[in-house]
Design a protein around this ligand. Structure first.
Ligand SMILES: [Zn+2]
Length: 207
């Protein structure tokens, strides 16, 4: 069986940056499972999956425009510590949503632009003088990635899976807001830990 639209695919992977450092692998996260043909993976990876068979092992180089895009300065925001809920717990590297911030007090590179920040995840990059700088870019934005893949399993999706546009594990629809790391939604919808669990998934806005 080959990987085509509406196949559920299980695969192992290792994602490396250009400098060779591994930023994520299934050794840590376990194999990834996705429904092929719906943009659940970053485009460069999903395209490379097409037509593969179980047991295939390959490497693909994914430039930013086929991966997580370029780093977008307008997603760097500075807000007053006091405007963030739970500010006393803020730490560098922590991921927060802007819904935890008073949006009127957040300003970015494009002031006046009407941006819907709901569910966007930001990473805290600095805390200084009562100001917090947060970055809504994916941590791998701007990186060219090398991804090693081993295809483990391919099966036909069920009608439910196609309707839901995600795989079900053991026949169960496990997906809930804030839990799934293999959703095809905007990555901001995936909950706070999605970066750690789904770096190779496409969290882009192509739904
Ligand atoms: Zn479902």
């Amino acid at each position: 069986m080959q990987i085509t639209k509406d196949k559920v695919v299980t695969f192992d992977y290792a994602v490396r940056r250009e400098d060779g450092s591994t930023c994520e692998s299934s050794d840590d996260q376990g194999p990834s499972v996705y429904l092929h043909g719906y943009g659940q993976l970053i485009p460069g990876l999903e395209a490379a999956m097409e037509g593969r068979e179980a047991g295939d092992a390959f490497s693909v180089t994914v430039p930013p425009d086929q991966g997580y895009g370029m780093h977008d300065e307008s997603l760097m925001l500075t807000v007053a510590v006091d405007d963030i809920e739970g500010a006393e717990q803020l730490e560098i590297g922590m991921e927060i949503r802007l819904s935890e911030v008073d949006e009127e007090d957040a300003y970015g590179g494009d002031e006046g632009e009407d941006v819907d920040w709901d569910d966007q995840i930001f990473q805290v990059v600095s805390i200084e003088d009562g100001q917090v700088t947060i970055d809504g870019n994916h941590p791998l934005a701007g990186d060219t990635l090398s991804i090693d893949v081993v295809v483990r399993e391919i099966r036909d999706a069920t009608a439910d899976e196609v309707a839901h546009r995600h795989p079900h594990l053991d026949g169960e629809c496990y997906h809930e807001e804030g839990v799934g790391d293999i959703e095809d939604d905007d990555w901001g919808d995936d909950g706070g830990d999605s970066w750690a669990s789904g770096a190779i998934n496409d969290f882009g806005d192509d739904d």
